[in-house]
Write a protein of this length. Structure first.
Length: 130
């Protein structure tokens, strides 16, 4: 379905057939390929159970390699800290397009994806389409 308003035309719609992805952090940087190929990120739920802030880096990429360290993430989200659980939920109403794929990384640094976090510190759930 296309919607035309004046000269603006939108053909993107969220599918009712999203895929779910879930990750409980390991004792690493949790660098993970979520989706290979063009994708749409629909929803994001992240909870931090540690006493210090953690960071979610999301890349528009489909290959995990050393070159990823020099790549600018599409998003960097700080995950609030609380041993009782703190975090955020983002429902992207129109979805966020990724042209190559979705790679996530859960780390202790806003600027360095080589840093690590502890096992069980962060719980991440997301939905996507490709």
């Amino acid at each position: 379905m296309s919607i035309t308003i004046g000269v603006v035309k939108s053909t993107k719609e969220k599918s009712i057939f999203s895929k779910a992805f879930s990750l409980v952090s390991g004792a690493s940087n949790n660098l993970t390929l979520v989706s290979s190929g063009a994708s749409i990120l629909n929803d994001l739920v992240v909870i931090n159970l540690s006493a210090t802030v953690r960071y979610l880096h999301i890349f528009d990429a489909n290959v995990i390699s050393p070159a990823l360290e020099a790549t600018t993430p599409k998003f960097i989200f700080p995950i609030p800290s609380s041993v009782d659980g703190a975090g955020f939920t983002i429902p992207f109403s129109k979805g966020i397009e990724f042209s190559t794929g979705i790679i996530i990384c859960l780390v202790s640094s806003v600027s360095d994806i080589k840093t690590t976090i502890g096992a069980g510190e962060v719980i991440l759930n997301l939905t996507y389409e490709n």
